[in-house]
Design a protein around this ligand. Sequence first.
Ligand SMILES: Cc1ncc(COP(=O)(O)O)c(C=O)c1O
Length: 430
Amino acid sequence: MADTESYGFDTLQIHAGARPDPTTGSRQTPIHQTTAYVFRDAEHAAALFNLQEVGYIYSRLTNPTVAVLQERIATLEGGVGGVCCSSGHAAQIMALFPLMSPGCNVVVSTRLYGGTVTQFSQTIKRFGWSAKFVDFDDLSAITEAIDENTRAVFCESIANPGGYITDLDKISKISDKALIPLIVDNTSATPYLCRPIEHGATLVVHSTTKYLTGNGTVTGGCVVDSGKFDWASSNKFPSLSEPEPAYHGLKFFETFGPLAFTFFGIAISLRDLGMTMNPQAAHYTLCGIETLSLRMDRHVDNAEKIAKWLEEDSRVEFVSYAGLKSSPYYERVKHICPRGAGGLFTFGVKGGYEACIKLVDSLEIFSHVANLGDARSLIIHSASTTHRQLTREQQQAAGAAPDTVRVSIGIESVEDLIGDLNQALAKATS
Ligand SMILES: Cc1ncc(COP(=O)(O)O)c(C=O)c1O
């Protein structure tokens, strides 16, 4: 597609990155089910391996189907480049890998998906990295947590599961001042509801497993680069600013400018970590993304109606959804996510833990699964599942206390969803 600037979101979600196949005219992006690509000659092969020419070598690094998805997501996010990978968790490591080295830390929000809390509080320690967890509504705490070894600030735009809205504009000012990038996980919001780069984010990460695919078929992830960060403004990011021994001393930032992070992601991170997205997964996500805006409007509409209905129900203890006037994030969400607060929220059932469990077991349309962003409505008791490895304190901070359930509202008929919740609440509180 030529001039992506002038097209609307609905056009770009279908066309960005894709062209009819030059050989067959195939209109849908073909699934390039191949491991390797034939070089024109030895000189061509050498140029590709030296990064002097851009092209396809081997599908651990690049694949034409995956490349279309990368360009599609980067365009929707307003970034200059994207690197897809095997899952959302892989995307988080791919985002941090070029920035970190042993002894470095990342300052992260306490309000994160439980798996991310575990990845950051436990697993990254094995690389010699660490995370400092901070309440991101406390801006001075973020500033205080940043030290000379901090290499990034990390948060979710709409935090899973609590539906908290992060004040990206204010937080990006703090990271800018410290000359470090702000990484935003935009999984729960999607670029249709929130465009973190417009609020100052340097990198955006996604679990494409969720709303971008939208039908619960494949796992995947993506890192999008805004192309705006000056990787040479300090000596903190030598992987991008200093000579790379594995490429004969090539300096990524000097050579590729705004595309330095993207090229590093492909040429070093995918090559050596191998967290590659397969072309089948890219195909499913490309199909899903074509209807993203339509689905998100419906997710938001249904979520607003259901959250309001639950809030007025005497069997419900509380509802945490930024789309409700009662939410402390009601004003903030209008600025960060002008098209709505998403389809994800939590609520408490009177009767606490036991009632929550009974509710989950009594629902008929909602599926009890560890996923979100499906066309189907989903429910989970986070404290006993996705946030199980966390301490009580961490669960509370993340909005996943034992007396709380999380719903991912689907795009079914809203009356049916309310009817299902109504009958399950009756059983849960009888
Ligand atoms: C907000 C968020 N980020 C990241 C992830 C991890 O994504 P994946 O399961 O694709 O690795 C999840 C998974 O639930 C998530 O909810």
